[in-house]
Design a binder for this molecule. Structure first.
Ligand SMILES: NC(=O)c1ccc[n+]([C@@H]2O[C@H](COP(=O)([O-])OP(=O)(O)OC[C@H]3O[C@@H](n4cnc5c(N)ncnc54)[C@H](OP(=O)(O)O)[C@@H]3O)[C@@H](O)[C@H]2O)c1
Length: 257
């Protein structure tokens, strides 16, 4: 991993900043991107001399963003080995109450933008490279209210798999991580709500909640040579919520009014 160069989108967000730190700990140089320059600068200041980090503020949905982001990586660090498509916006709502604006926003940020950025990056990736999607468990099962969000998160799996097929033989691996809920700005407002606890923690056979580091460690592993035979995979980092029918005993035996 030492000396490799990564682009991380949504780098100053909760999971993004964890991914930056996780890659930095392995000696990877990182270009972070996101819309808010102040957040990226604060991250760079916080990282200090602990790793090589530079950034470019850009709305990832802008026409010129993919080329500008890749050009920045090449200008700052001279090569490109890893792309982590992490930026995203949460959009909760049943299909029948999802507006065109909600749909278009999610499609733009989580489908069109990562497609265009992956295409731009591919021209510079060689053997030993990785493209990672930070998808969601909501892309691999059907939660009520998933609406546009589940739709694009599932769609990212299709893009990941076709790139795995297309570029695997060139040594470029593509994989998708499906985290369960992690406490970040995206989920903070829901975290203490009863329905959120019931539909997440009470259905997860784990003794703790998922952390940013759980996701970041998986990214670092998937980008490493140790994961060299892992291509085209969807890896859930979810404590088992997506593959079991677990219900916490207190929920099973709870008296319903
Ligand atoms: N937190 C969870 O429970 C959870 C669970 C499963 C999957 N995920 C996925 O994990 C990823 C990161 O989420 P998070 O929890 O870390 O959320 P977050 O803290 O809200 O971070 C989201 C990041 O995306 C960036 N972003 C959003 N729209 C953008 C745009 N148009 N252009 C450029 N950057 C944009 C934001 O930066 P700016 O605001 O500065 O643009 C921010 O850095 C998302 O793809 C999310 O769907 C999260």
């Amino acid at each position: 991993m030492q000396g490799k160069v990564a682009i991380v989108t949504g780098a100053a967000g909760g999971i993004g900043a964890g991914i930056v730190r996780g890659l930095g700990a392995k000696g990877v140089k990182v270009i972070g991107t996101g819309r808010t320059e102040a957040k990226l600068k604060a991250l760079k200041d916080a990282l200090g001399s602990s790793m090589d980090f530079d950034y470019i503020a850009a709305d990832i949905t802008a026409e010129a963003a993919p080329k500008a982001i890749v050009d920045k990586a090449l200008a700052s660090f001279g090569r490109l080995d890893i792309l982590v498509n992490n930026a995203g916006s949460f959009n909760f709502g049943p299909v029948d109450s999802t507006t065109d604006e909600m749909l278009d926003e999610v499609l733009a940020i989580s489908a069109r933008a990562p497609f265009r950025l992956s295409r731009e990056a591919l021209a510079h990736l060689g053997a030993g490279s990785s493209i990672i999607f930070i998808g969601s468990t909501w892309g691999i099962y059907g939660p009520p209210g998933g609406g546009a969000y589940s739709f694009v998160k599932a769609g990212q799996i299709g893009l990941m798999q076709t790139m795995a097929a297309e570029y695997g033989a060139k040594g470029i691996r593509s994989n998708y991580i499906a985290p369960t809920v992690v406490r970040t700005e995206m989920t903070d407002a829901y975290w203490e709500l009863d329905f959120f606890k019931r539909t997440n923690f009470e259905l997860t056979p784990a003794d703790r909640q998922c952390t940013v580091e759980d996701v970041a460690n998986t990214v670092a592993f998937l980008c490493s040579d140790e994961a060299g035979m892992i291509n085209g995979q969807t890896i859930a980092v979810d404590g088992g919520i997506s593959t079991t029918r677990y219900v916490a005993p207190e929920a099973v035996f709870a008296e319903r009014k």
